[in-house]
Design a binder for this molecule. Structure first.
Ligand code: SF4
Length: 461
């Protein structure tokens, strides 16, 4: 067995992971950003022989790799270069492991550092590496936990053979959610405390330990919120919740033309455009469906060129596509409102429109969040990805899309465009991005039509 820093983290989380068939022998996780902190330092230090990047070390079955080593006299500093905005606990554990490997190999480690992104950084013309990078000395934290590392490594070797049973718990989310969750939770029934909305993870596992797991166990549980009672009741008795009054109120607030609007955004550690912040949510595309009273529907869409300032391009394009009229609808409105606010600073005319539009901006997700319309197959979620298949169970929805099926896919695909020279591949990605964004707004039209139909049927009945 190859023992790496990642495997060491797995052991600290749960010995059961060591027995899994998918041992995490990757020394590092993959990086999705091409313009990251480490690449910048590599370029900066390329002629300085005090610094060495990505050196690998091994002793017996132990393997590690260090992002950056700084040599001074007989000693060395170990440096993790991370695109995170803080020192994660996992960095301290990984550094502890690496430091152990290097000490048994006879190296004298002086200090350990994490160099990470300053989340408050704003690009001002030229990248200031001293401003964007925070260099945190973690030596004391690493030393504090180094006293029993030898014993822990011996335990890792034994844990592979151990027959001890491990039950799920909050620790399954330590460092990051465990990839074996679906397997380890296979004994949990479909309608359980784990799918009950508005319960903290801590409370879920506390109830699980008390053997209060299924909705049946929870049915008469005291101190449930009204929305939770509704969810349990609906799922246990397979009942649809229709709050006709609230749905009607929602629909009555809408006036034509209706603008269904959705933005996609990316985040990256090193901002590329002036006044952009590290990890700022940068909108790069939108889809708008406009529904007129006579039933006509028009679709507008835009995706910014990867090399252009996306906020500026979006502001110019959207100014032509939106008018100060009718009602605006988004799904989870906060993000769309944030984007419009950001774009408004690029033009006086757009700013004025946005101020007026904001007064007539409606959140479609609210209906589902408040259980005014609920189907048992929504399983306590008001995400559009859960609501849509619950309402239209026979359609494929997002699964029918190629390449881009989630906001995360959209961000990665857009950022990939920077490095793709093949025009055909570029076009394929852009088409997939547009299709994904269009699906979001078109889905809202379908949901609104469905709600109108519900009101029509229930009023006639
Ligand atoms: S899901 Fe939890 S119990 Fe299962 S292997 Fe992962 S950490 Fe261990």
């Amino acid at each position: 067995m190859k023992i790496t820093p990642n495997l060491y983290l797995d052991y600290l989380k749960c010995p059961k992971l060591l027995k899994s068939n998918i041992l995490n022998d990757k020394i590092y996780e993959d990086n999705i950003y091409d313009n990251d902190l480490k690449s910048i330092f590599k370029e900066l230090f390329k002629d300085d022989n005090k610094y060495s990047f990505d050196l690998e070390f091994n002793y017996d079955t132990l393997f590690t790799k260090i992002d950056l080593i700084k040599k001074h006299n007989e000693e060395i500093d170990l440096i993790i270069i991370a695109d995170s905005t803080s020192v994660r606990k996992s960095f301290i554990y990984k550094m502890n492991f690496s430091m152990y490997v290097l000490s048994v190999l006879g190296y004298k480690v002086s200090k350990c550092f994490v160099w990470h992104i300053n989340k408050k950084y704003v690009l001002d013309e030229v990248l200031d590496i001293d401003e964007i990078c925070i260099k945190k000395d973690i030596t004391k934290d690493v030393l504090k936990m180094s006293y029993n590392i030898h014993k822990q490594i011996e335990n890792i070797k034994k844990a592979k053979l151990s027959r001890k049973k491990v039950n799920i718990g909050e620790f399954c989310y330590k460092f990051k959610e465990c990839h074996l969750m679906p397997d380890c939770m296979s004994h949990i029934p479909k309608n359980s405390i784990f799918s009950l909305s508005r319960v903290s993870r801590k409370d879920k596992f506390s109830l699980y330990k008390q053997n209060i797991i299924s909705f049946k166990d929870l049915e008469n549980y005291p101190s449930l919120k009204d929305s939770q009672k509704l969810q349990i009741n609906s799922e246990l008795h397979n009942e649809i919740i229709i709050n006709k009054e609230k749905i009607k109120e929602f629909l009555d607030d809408i006036s034509f033309p209706i603008y269904y609007i959705d933005f996609e955004a990316y985040q990256e550690p090193i901002p590329r455009f002036n006044d952009f912040k590290s990890y700022e949510q940068v909108p790069f595309s939108y889809s708008i469906h406009i529904e007129y009273e006579n039933g006509e529907i028009i679709h507008k869409e835009f995706i910014s060129d990867i090399n252009a300032n996306p906020k500026e391009s979006l502001a110019i394009a959207i100014n032509d596509d939106i008018k100060d009229e009718g009602t605006y609808i988004a799904y989870n409105i906060d993000f769309e409102k944030y984007v419009l606010r950001e774009l408004s600073s690029y033009s006086e005319e757009l700013n004025e429109k946005i101020i007026n539009i904001n007064e007539r901006f409606i959140d479609l997700a609210k209906l589902f969040k408040h259980y005014h319309y609920y189907l048992p197959s929504m399983e306590g979620s008001h995400s559009i990805k859960k609501v849509l298949p619950a309402i239209f169970p026979d359609d494929e929805h997002y699964a029918s899309l190629n390449l881009v099926q989630s906001g995360y896919d959209a961000m990665n695909s857009y950022l990939l465009l920077k490095n793709i020279k093949d025009k055909k591949k570029q076009k394929e990605i852009i088409t997939a991005l547009k299709a994904y964004c269009e699906m979001d707004t078109f889905s809202m039209i379908r949901i609104i039509k469905h709600l109108r139909e519900i009101i029509r049927i229930t009023s006639n009945g």
